[in-house]
Design a protein around this ligand. Structure first.
Ligand code: BG6
Length: 479
């Protein structure tokens, strides 16, 4: 049964995510009249606050993180906010929370971003307090476990109370506009699909580079590392969208059915197929930054960089490597996907001394959203010395092409879909489990071979072994 929720219960309401992303997103949706006109948002966290205190807290966060042109909407948005203090380490306080939420008539959407240790009591508390019925759905933020076994425990705990149809696992990359645009590019154009296979594609590169370091997330990040923090979720979702078969429809079941087939076809990595690194002191944009161990305060074996050569064992992708690379303290913040096509089978220009480069499709996800295709063109001239060819870009600069469109952050889309009950951009349990399955085997391989991260200087593109990983296949990373 679908419903549009008129109540939103926000766990972790005073946390970093709420301040930076959730409150600004909800306020933007409110400003554009996109939420239920009676939507009430109930925040809950451990901090001792009342409604007025939470509104003051939210006002401060919005003053910092909401774009200027949306600020006029803040006072009316604050009226939607309520707050209930809750210690989620026991299910006792949930009765009071349920009273605060009040009767659930149209529906309740819950957004849970909570420490893993509070998961079970929270789910049990919601259930006991009547906040898990047919008209309640739950959105779950990562981390949802640290391997397949722990993710199963969490998924089982959730499933004992919320059926899959009311469980919304968040991967905020799926809320990014350009990520969704990948689907439009592939399936709303006739140009690419006939070429989208091993006959025409040489390899794929997916890079998610960040300039930030540990950002004070000492407890979490050192337990996770780049593989679990970025590859297990965001990068594998990008890979699945690039590699999946065309779904018959654009709906949650059809899209997720196709993604999971890709994830299950990932070949277990061989011992030489991955490289890990950890940043040392260096400089980003001319500013000196400390090494990971210095930020952490002690030595650690956690990887802050990982590069992988992956294969998808199915007909379409036979023999096509997918190079994945992500790291902290790299020279720039970029997320991009490169589809490298094969060379032309025979160049009629070779005898004239002209070189042709294979076409390349570049899908820029952030910070700039654009789609570029390199094509070969003739350099103008009378060609007395022989024909000359040059690679030129065909660029679709998304912000220019859609200058009038409001730029929205990922959580606006995801919160609205959660409130309205559209699961297409949320990750299904079988996908998460396939992701963990592959990632756990990589970690087991690292442990078996005693692989520890290689140092790299902050501000560089990771350890040189990552370059060698690609070069062994005649590939250079697109920097
Ligand atoms: C999060 C990771 O999921 O994604 C962070 O935990 C990372 O370590 C962040 O910085 C990157 O997200 P974005 O949207 O800034 O690319």
């Amino acid at each position: 049964m679908n419903f549009i929720a008129d109540k939103l219960l926000l766990f972790g309401a005073t946390g970093d995510l709420a301040q930076r992303m959730l409150l600004p997103s909800l306020c933007a949706l409110h400003a554009d009249g996109l939420v239920h006109q009676d939507l009430v948002i109930i925040g809950t966290a451990r901090s001792e606050l009342d409604d007025a205190g939470y509104r003051a807290f939210a006002a401060e966060a919005l003053a910092r993180f909401l774009p200027e042109d949306r600020k006029a909407a803040v006072p009316a948005f604050l009226d939607r906010l309520r707050y209930q203090t809750l210690d989620a380490s026991s299910s006792d306080g949930f009765g009071v929370l349920a009273e605060k939420v009040g009767p659930i008539t149209d529906g309740l959407a819950i957004f849970l971003s909570t420490a893993p240790s509070l998961f079970e009591t929270t789910i049990a508390g919601l259930h006991q307090a009547g906040l898990a019925g047919d008209k309640c759905r739950i959105g779950l933020e990562k981390p949802l476990g640290s391997d397949l076994a722990t993710s199963r425990l969490i998924n089982d705990a959730v499933a004992s109370v919320f059926p899959e149809s009311r469980t919304f696992r968040i991967d905020h990359y799926l809320g990014k506009e350009t990520v969704q645009n990948l689907l439009a590019l592939r399936f709303a154009n006739v140009l690419f699909e006939p070429l989208w296979n091993s006959t025409h594609i040489n390899h794929v590169q997916i890079t998610v580079a960040e300039t930030v370091g540990l950002e004070g997330r000492v407890g979490f990040y050192d337990q996770a590392g780049a593989l679990r923090d970025m590859v297990q979720n965001h990068m594998l979702q990008l890979l699945a969208l690039v590699a999946m078969e065309p779904p018959a429809k654009f709906n949650a079941t059809a899209v997720r059915d196709e993604k999971v087939k890709v994830l299950r076809s990932l070949r277990p990595l061989g011992s030489g197929d991955s490289v890990t690194g950890q940043y040392r002191a260096g400089a980003i944009d001319g500013v000196a930054v400390p090494g990971y161990d210095q930020e952490l305060g002690h030595p650690s074996d956690t990887e802050t960089f990982v590069a992988i050569k992956a294969h998808i064992d199915n007909w379409r992708w036979k023999g096509v490597p997918f190079f994945l690379r992500t790291g902290k303290r790299l020279p720039e913040r970029t997320t991009e996907i490169i589809i490298q096509f094969n060379p032309v089978p025979h160049s009629i220009f070779a005898a004239e001394g002209a070189k042709t480069s294979p076409n390349r499709l570049i899908i820029g996800i952030q910070p700039d959203e654009n789609i570029g295709l390199t094509v070969m063109a003739k350099v103008p001239g009378l060609d007395r010395g022989g024909i000359r060819l040059r690679e030129v870009p065909l660029d679709i600069n998304m912000p220019n092409a859609f200058a009038a469109a409001v730029k929205r952050i990922a959580y606006e889309r995801l919160l609205l879909d959660l409130i309205e009950g559209d699961q297409t951009l949320f990750v299904r349990r079988d996908e998460v489990e396939a992701q963990w399955d592959w990632v756990d085997a990589i970690r087991a391989g690292w442990a078996e071979h005693g692989l520890t991260p290689k140092p790299y200087t902050a501000g560089s593109w990771g350890p040189s072994a990552a370059v060698a990983l690609a070069e062994r296949h005649g590939v250079s990373w697109h920097d």
